[in-house]
Design a protein around this ligand. Structure first.
Ligand SMILES: N[C@@H](CCC(=O)N[C@@H](CS)C(=O)NCC(=O)O)C(=O)O
Length: 203
């Protein structure tokens, strides 16, 4: 049996949404992050998401796992044909979200201790993270000002992943007040059946 390893409301949420979108027969298992968690025997980095295939191969990284899941249902509107411009655009947004938004901004906001051992530096690291987040959200806001979804006017892998970070952004002070299109996107995302089901399981 294929298994997706997750932590509730973490970045693994996107893969869980895609599993529900595509109704894939994949087990979803919550893990603990602690250094002595048994999950470390499965994935020594302790990071989620990770997807363990039937033959025990372990896939990591959202940018690999989301396309892999979509390719289990060839022709799904969540992705696009090999060689198409839309496929490259979807992958472009996945890259932007994984690098500029997640690691480039949220890592400083959520894990300042990874950037300095000096606790007095944390406020500055977090505030730089918020600035970087605002910058990284701008191209997403610009795109969604004129269309409901990032690529091709339909819900794709890029939107499944975006929803995670817009949800987190809604908890960063009043940041989202400057991003009306992203606020509207979040309402659409949370109303989606696959997202409602995922939230219910992860809550
Ligand atoms: N680049 C990885 C990042 C994975 C990642 O950092 N996940 C976080 C949760 S959102 C995690 O596992 N945190 C636990 C830790 O850092 O110890 C991806 O996109 O899959």
């Amino acid at each position: 049996m294929t298994t997706l390893f997750i932590f509730p409301n973490a970045c693994s949420f996107a893969a869980h949404v895609v599993i529900n979108e595509l109704q894939l027969p994949i087990d979803v298992e919550k893990v603990q992050f602690a250094a002595d968690s048994p999950y470390r025997q499965i994935n020594p980095t302790g990071r989620i998401p990770a997807l363990r295939l039937d033959d025990q191969t372990l896939l990591t990284e959202n940018t690999a796992i989301l396309p892999y899941l979509a390719d289990l249902k060839p022709g799904t509107p969540l992705f696009a044909p090999v060689g198409s411009v839309e496929r490259a655009q979807i992958q472009g947004w996945l890259g932007h979200l994984a690098t500029e938004v997640h690691v480039g901004a949220f890592r400083s906001i959520n894990r300042p201790e990874r950037f300095s051992p000096d606790e007095s530096a944390f406020v500055g690291i977090r505030s730089k993270g918020v600035q970087r987040l605002a910058d990284a959200l701008k191209p997403l806001e610009a795109r969604l000002a004129s269309q409901d979804y990032l690529v091709g006017n339909r819900f794709t892998l890029a939107d499944a992943y975006l929803g995670v970070f817009v949800g987190w952004s809604a908890r960063v002070g009043t940041l989202l007040e400057d991003f009306a299109a992203l606020q509207a996107f979040l309402a659409r995302y949370r109303a989606r059946e696959s997202v409602v089901r995922t939230l219910a399981v992860e809550a």
